[in-house]
Design a protein around this ligand. Structure first.
Ligand code: GDP
Ligand code: IMO
Ligand code: MG
Length: 429
């Protein structure tokens, strides 16, 4: 069971952090391979609640070696802030490894994220404002700053000056903002060098060696399939590959190693930020899901948009990621509903469409076609086996499994670490 991937199957916040935490006891390495501090993972352990953004959730488990690999964009201030916050709570972070090839988010990326959003006006994406998009844009444009550059002041200065030459023209002439001084950026980045040096590694090599030695490596995706820059609802996406393929390019581990790919899917759907969302609810039911599921962003605190389960999206995720298993989360949130609608297909311009349409305009117009399932009233949060669930609740899960293109191997029935029903061992394949 060497390389295991966990990804979000919807628009994020499915409970990936909790799923990682669940498996962490049995793994050797946990790797964050994409995104940055736009992610927000809440993990509840006993009475303690942890909100992680940049650090992988596996860091909470003693013995696990946490890795931030090359596909991640790193805000160093956030990195050291999170490390200090965890250390203050008695969590050991000394084993953290950071890829020399990961890109760095600087002050100018954060500024550009905010001003470009403002200039988009009604076409805003609703980014987290953390500088994620501009940092990945620089990476692709080959003007990015990498972790390794911080250890060579000359190179760092050249690169920062090069990047700012164009950006300052843009900031001052187009966006009416002040120019950013290269010296300040360089001094800021250099101030982290000594603390960073011991963590920096050839993480691709280390992970490869771990896999050769038959150790278990868990790749923890940030964001989700529908936010993936290639496969999501472009342009209303993040700027990285949040799908399973991103685990390979984002870490330097070849695709043959990945045998288990776990998709985390909520028993309903949420989305933060703008973009199409066919099953979105604008009525009391949506309010109910938001209040009962406590659907407010871990990173920005924004209320999450809420809607019913969308089976074509689950099927799409099963395909795009090559899922072997789903973990269905937050089933307990649906307790008390009389009827639970599930989107089984869409209507687009009067025609029934079974799968997520490839055309963005079609997806924008897609109306959900619902099938209704009977609800349940019993508290399910203490159930630990499938048989303990009320019959209608079992039927709901079995219907989702039938409609979603992959088996549901575990079911979340509460935020706590042990509030889970395991039907098939996720690491048993
Ligand atoms: P992530 O970004 O995918 O890691 O998910 P978030 O942490 O942003 O959001 C998921 C939220 O749901 C967190 O507050 C979790 O504590 C909580 N959660 C996870 N699984 C369950 C579950 O099965 N039931 C309930 N009620 N809450 C859950
Ligand atoms: P986790 O890992 C939910 C959304 C933002 C915005 C879009 C682009 O907790 O599931 P960005 O700042 O990445 O350029 O914003 O993506 N977004 C998320 N939504 N969960 C996340 O992470 C998200 N990370 C980014 O709201 O719509
Ligand atoms: Mg989240």
């Amino acid at each position: 069971m060497p390389a295991v991937v966990i990804i979000g199957a919807q628009w994020g916040d499915e409970g990936k952090g909790k799923a990682t935490d669940l498996l962490a006891e049995r793994i050797d390495y946990v790797v964050k391979f994409n995104g940055g501090n736009n992610a927000g993972h809440t993990v509840v352990i006993g009475d303690e609640k942890y909100a992680l953004h940049l650090l992988p959730s596996g860091i909470l488990t003693p013995g696990v070696i946490p890795v931030i690999s090359n596909g991640v964009v790193i805000d160093l201030e956030v990195l050291f802030y999170e490390i200090a916050a965890l250390n203050a709570r008695g969590i050991d972070t000394s084993k953290l490894r950071v890829s020399a090839n990961a890109h760095v988010i600087t002050a100018y990326h954060r500024t550009l994220d905010k001003v470009t959003e403002r200039f988009l006006g009604k076409r805003q994406i609703g980014t987290t404002g953390r500088g994620i998009g501009p940092t990945y844009a620089d990476k692709i444009n080959r003007v990015g700053i990498r972790i390794q550059d911080i250890f060579d002041e000359n190179i760092l200065r050249q690169k920062v000056e090069g990047a700012l030459y164009q950006k300052n023209t843009l900031l001052t002439k187009v966006y009416n903002r002040k120019a950013i001084a290269a010296d300040e950026i360089v001094a800021d980045l250099l101030s982290y060098a000594d603390r960073l040096r011991p963590m920096v590694a050839d993480t691709a090599l280390e992970l490869h060696q771990a896999l050769e030695a038959n150790q278990t490596v868990l790749f923890e995706g940030g964001q989700a399939t529908m936010l993936d820059v290639d496969h999501g609802t472009y342009p209303f996406v993040t700027s990285s590959n949040a799908t399973a393929g991103g685990a390979s390019t984002g870490s330097g581990i070849g695709p043959r190693e990945f045998k288990t790919v776990i998709g985390i899917v909520k028993a309903y759907t949420t989305r933060v930020g703008a973009g199409p969302f066919p099953t979105e609810l604008f009525d009391q039911s949506g309010e109910y899901l938001r209040a009962t599921g406590f659907e407010f962003g871990t990173t920005t605190g924004r209320p999450r948009r809420c809607g019913w389960y969308d089976a074509p999206i689950a099927r799409y995720s099963a395909r795009i990621n090559g899922l072997t298993d789903f973990v269905l989360t937050k089933l307990d949130v649906l307790t008390g509903l009389k009827e639970i609608p599930v989107c089984v297909a869409y209507e687009v311009d009067g025609k029934r469409v079974e799968e997520v349409p490839v055309s963005q305009s079609d997806f924008h117009h897609a109306k959900p076609i619902y099938e209704n399932f009977a609800g349940w009233t019993e508290d399910i949060s203490t159930a630990r086996t499938f048989d303990e669930l009320p019959k209608t609740c079992q039927d709901y899960v079995l219907a989702l499994e039938r409609l979603s293109g992959c088996r549901i191997s575990a079911i979340g029935v509460g935020p706590a670490r042990d509030a889970i029903i395991v039907r098939h061992d996720l690491l048993g394949a």
